[in-house]
Every structure is written in structure tokens, then in C-alpha cells.
Design a protein around this ligand. Structure first.
Ligand SMILES: O=C(O)C(O)[C@@H](O)[C@H](O)[C@H](O)COP(=O)(O)O
Length: 226
């Protein structure tokens, strides 16, 4: 794992957006379409704000989330809402968004339909992961009901996930899908999360520290300061 430390979150957002744009552009020179997978939560918004204005052929970009909270799009907790408001705007409005949510009562009832369009877009070309203090990434939470199954090599593309600290049901891309990414970036803010990442590297157990499963060959981008 390579680690880049930035002086503040603004610098980090600018540099990471540049790096992602360069990777996407490079891939678009060799492939017809590119698949970019991004996290939700509070950290990536400023990266999306910059990336959305970058000049590239967004009409050939597929965008998916790593995971989604099972809430309607107008809910403040919706990751889709974050992506729609901050990434699928400006130049990037031309990208194709593949949702991980459907307005159906439980994720279980919607998973088959939601998974269908994702298979043909794999492997992921460029993956950005967030991370929680508890060392979760996507919605792969330590102690979650389906964690072991989602970490298995034969896991389906998407799984529902319920966990303490998840604030309600979620759906997540599973480990084999995330591990298959050609390029992986992890982004986080704060010294406490940096400690958590170091701990995850040490523990190196996907069930106790899910993020550790995705760090080989990844680049971590972090700043101690907001
Ligand atoms: O929907 C989500 O919550 C995520 O995709 C999740 O994995 C997130 O990246 C981390 O929890 C970090 O979240 P913050 O950026 O809000 O700290």
C-alpha cells in the first residue's frame, strides 16, 4: 500500500480528483467505457465537486456507489443523493449512474434486479473507498450479519447488510467485486482514522478489519486536518 499525506482536505480533494481524472482518461484511450466506483459518506463530497468539472468524455463513464443506505433518494442519508448533487453535475452530468437502491421495502426484494446491470460493467476500473473508525469500508462492517458471506470469494455482486452503527439496512458491493478493481484509492480524514488504518494493516483480518482486504496495491490518501 502506498500512502499520501496532504496538508488539508482541500489539497487532498484537488490532488485526488486530478489523479482519478488522469486514470479515467488513460483508460478511455484504450477502452470504450470505464467504470468508476465511489464511496458515500461525508468525505468524498469535495472530491466530487472538483471531479465533476473535469474535461473528459463523461458519456463513456459508468458510475456506481460502493454501498447504499436503504433510504429514498431524498433522504439526507442517501449516498445516491450525494452523488447526484455533487458528482453527476457540470461536465460529469453526462455519465451513466447505476443505482444500488430501488423504492422497495427491503433490499432483499430488490437485489436481483439491482445486480443485473452491474455484472457487465465489471471489473471495476477505478475504485475509491471510504473508511470508518471501526475499520469498515463500503457497508462491510465488523460484526455485520452478512459480513462473512460478503467477504467470501464466491459472494454475489451485491448483498444486504445490517450492523450496529450502520443506522438501518444497507446494500454493499461484496469483497470479490471490490478486490477485482484495477486501481484502488482509499480516502479518509483525521488522525483517528489514520490510526484505524494502521491497526487494520496490523490485524489483517477481513472479518475484524474489513478494509484490510482491499489495501494490497491500493493508494491511501489522507489528511490530518479537515
Ligand atoms: O455509505 C457509507 O457510509 C460508506 O460508503 C462508508 O463506507 C463510508 O465511506 C465510511 O463510513 C466513511 O464515512 P465518512 O466519510 O462519512 O467518514
Amino acid at each position: 500500500m502506498k500512502k499520501i499525506k496532504y496538508p488539508d482536505s482541500e489539497m487532498m480533494a484537488m490532488d485526488l480528483a486530478d489523479i482519478l481524472a488522469a486514470e479515467l482518461n488513460g483508460i478511455l484511450n484504450t477502452k470504450e467505457r470505464v467504470t468508476l466506483v465511489v464511496p458515500g459518506g461525508t468525505t468524498p463530497g469535495p472530491v466530487f465537486d472538483i471531479l465533476s468539472g473535469v474535461r473528459l468524455d463523461w458519456s463513456r463513464v459508468n458510475i456506481l456507489l460502493t454501498d447504499e443506505r436503504w433510504v429514498p433518494e431524498d433522504d439526507p442519508r442517501s449516498n445516491t443523493r450525494l452523488v447526484r448533487e455533487h458528482l453527476l453535475v457540470d461536465r460529469a452530468a453526462e455519465a451513466t449512474f447505476i443505482p444500488l437502491y430501488a423504492p422497495i421495502k427491503t433490499p432483499e426484494e430488490a437485489l436481483a434486479d439491482l445486480s443485473k446491470p452491474i455484472g457487465p460493467l465489471l471489473p471495476i476500473d477505478v475504485l475509491v473507498l471510504g473508511m470508518g473508525l471501526d475499520m469498515h469500508t463500503a457497508s462491510l462492517f465488523p460484526g455485520a450479519d452478512n459480513l462473512e458471506a460478503a467477504m467470501a470469494d464466491d459472494a454475489p455482486i451485491l448483498m444486504p447488510m445490517r450492523a450496529k452503527g450502520a443506522g438501518g439496512p444497507r446494500v454493499t458491493l461484496t469483497a470479490p467485486v471490490l478486490k477485482g478493481a484495477m486501481s484502488t484509492h482509499v480516502v479518509y480524514i483525521g488522525k483517528a482514522k489514520n490510526k484505524a488504518l494502521k491497526k487494520a494493516l496490523k490485524i489483517n483480518d477481513p472479518l475484524r478489519a474489513p478494509i484490510s482486504a482491499f489495501l494490497k496495491g491500493a493508494t491511501a490518501h489522507w489528511t490530518p486536518h479537515k
